[in-house]
Design a protein around this ligand. Structure first.
Ligand code: TEU
Length: 565
């Protein structure tokens, strides 16, 4: 079976781009306070150019009290002093462009911080006022309004409503410091469109849209008996009917009204595209929505360019699961003319080497405690490398989360007293939360803090064993994960991967995912062995690269090879 994409116009760089996610707190610290900053990022952009990625996406660096690591924005048009200044942002964008890297910034439109001027004004104003009308304030239930307006819970745990002095309640799908905006209010829409223009004028190439499926809520905010959770990525939408839960169901997610918003943003981006024909600026949806045919609605021709493929991220380590999610992704995205995307890790999930090293490989707990069963680090890394080589050969665009090019595992033994993620606190410590994937990056093995900051300070402690993962310990070392990524990205570019389709290769066994990936130069056969037993490679094949050493003619378990056949 062939799953084909039409050849794409090359000016639409986002159709085949490899996009590297920088999490500013933890990438590189220039100032020495132990928290990463914009000048630190700029100083390390050479690493990304040498790696061979096409673009960087920066998680939020805006003014924020940092109650959710910057996803609680107090001023969308300024840089938090923790990270630097607007001049530093301009310098970062300019340097990235000099190096040929596009820059995407994160937009958080579902909610502001409770420190945002609008929310402070709303608290100071009366019920029914225009100030309150920018958020979702409601009267409570019960005789004295002492019960929340509905039964929704926060994604981070606990109720989704907080009561304010005077008696009304406000909705927050996340932390109580992140009040949800009311997107039926034209003032909200105008303001965020202006924020888009503010950053487009500064030269950014696009935006990653936080919680893109959440902006519009079902009218009347009806009760709902599912739960939203970060535990395993599912919303447990309909537990009683025996159906497997889908992400993004429920009255707070994936309402039809969100698409009007993205159509109007598309028009804003088009104002900045000089030739008017090829779209060089991109919108990327962070939408935990299933099935993929629903997700594809976010990337219709007049909406966004890309949506993260969380169905791929959450697939278990199982060949049938991978074949199914790849087929479904290509079909669903091709139906709307959008590129598929592929992602294995980000700042919200346990890093994939650790997920693949769990007894049930690929499950997605919300963090791992020191007292939990620990992942098998070596096996997990071997599978992670195999998954990466599989991902980078698929048609479309791929995401790399900072540190995965070093093979970094999750920090699974963080002391509880250093945790900062609100989901750890709001679940009353039931879930470890996301700090373990946010630990500062090890750059130089011999330096304090592994070279993350000039003082050796790091806002979260790094495991001592990370010396072996440091970038300088892997640089130029044959077989290192860093060199594997560099080689794969170089070959991807040389062969012109990403723009065409695939054809499944059958007959290599139930544990194998094998396909011919069509490239500008011809085609490459990709064989991923997800089982533990070696498999025979097709006759006469020439090894281009592999995720672990492959002997002549056979491919060991948990290994992927790219072959010229
Ligand atoms: O995460 C969004 C998020 O957690 C949800 O999409 C959720 O997992 C899903 O709806 C459950 O079904 C983004 C950011 O990536 C994260 O870091 C922030 O904490 C969060 O939004 C709030 O801004």
């Amino acid at each position: 079976m062939t799953v084909a994409h039409a050849p794409f116009a090359t000016t639409e760089w986002w159709r085949t781009a490899v996009i590297y996610q920088v999490y500013p707190r933890s990438f590189a610290d220039f100032g020495g306070d132990g928290i990463g900053d914009l000048r630190g990022i700029t100083s390390r952009l050479g690493h990304l150019a040498a790696l061979g990625v096409d673009a960087v996406w920066l998680s939020p660096f805006y003014r924020s009290p940092q109650r959710d690591a910057g996803y609680d924005v107090a001023d969308y048009r300024d840089v938090d002093p923790l990270f630097g200044t607007l001049d530093d942002a301009d310098a970062l964008i300019a340097r990235a462009h000099e190096l040929g890297l596009r820059v995407l910034v994160d937009l958080v439109p579902n909610h502001t911080s409770s420190e945002h001027a609008w929310f402070k004004a709303a608290l100071a104003a009366d019920p029914g006022s225009p100030e309150r009308g920018r958020y979702l304030f409601r009267d409570g239930r019960g005789s004295g309004g002492e019960l929340p307006p509905n039964n929704w819970t926060s994604v981070f745990g606990g109720p989704a409503w907080t009561r304010v002095p005077g008696g009304q309640w406000y909705l927050h799908l996340f932390d109580s410091s992140q009040p949800d905006l009311d997107w039926s209010n034209p003032e909200v829409r105008a303001e965020i469109e202006d924020v888009l223009r503010f950053w487009l004028r500064r030269g950014v190439d696009g935006f990653r849209i936080d919680v893109a499926h959440g902006l519009v809520k079902e009218a009347g905010l009806p009760d709902w008996h599912g739960t939203v959770t970060m535990v395993d990525g599912s919303d447990a939408g309909a537990p009683e009917d025996g159906q497997s839960p889908a992400f993004g169901s429920g009255p707070m997610f994936d309402q039809d009204g969100v698409h009007d918003i993205y159509r109007s943003w598309r028009r804003v981006l088009d104002e900045f595209d000089a030739d008017g024909e090829h779209r060089s600026r991109a919108l990327v949806a962070e939408a935990w929505v299933e099935p993929l045919s629903r997700l594809a609605r976010y990337v219709r021709d007049d909406e966004m360019q890309q949506a993260f493929n969380f169905s791929f991220l959450t697939a278990r380590w199982d060949a049938a699961a991978y074949r199914a999610v790849i087929t479904e992704s290509l079909e669903a995205l091709d139906a709307v003319g959008a590129p598929a995307t592929w992602v294995l890790s980000n700042h919200d999930v346990v890093r994939h080497p650790s997920r693949f090293g769990l007894p049930e490989p690929g499950v997605r707990p919300n963090g791992i405690f020191a007292t939990d069963p620990q992942p098998d680090e070596a096996l997990g890394l071997q599978r992670a490398r195999a998954a990466t080589l599989l991902m980078l050969a698929l048609p479309g665009s791929a995401y790399v989360y900072q540190g995965e090019e070093l093979g970094l595992p999750e920090h699974t033994t963080l002391p509880d007293e250093v945790r900062e993620d609100p989901s750890y606190f709001r679940t009353e410590h039931l879930e470890a939360g996301r700090d373990g994937c946010r630990v500062p990056i090890p750059w130089e093995a011999a330096k304090p803090g592994f070279g993350f900051s000039p003082t050796g300070k790091t806002w979260l402690p790094q495991p001592a064993a990370w010396a072996a993962y440091a970038a300088d310990a892997q640089d130029g070392v044959k077989g290192s994960t860093l060199e594997l990524y560099r080689a794969a990205l170089r070959l991807r570019r040389e062969h012109g991967f990403g723009g065409a389709g695939i054809e499944w290769v059958e007959g290599l066994g139930a544990d194998v995912v094998a396909f011919r990936s069509f490239t500008e130069a011809g085609s490459v056969v990709v064989v991923a062995n997800l089982g533990s037993e070696p498999v025979r490679l097709p006759e006469g094949s020439l090894l281009l690269t592999s995720s672990d050493e492959a002997q002549e003619g056979t491919l060991p378990g948990n290994t992927t090879a790219w072959l010229a056949v």
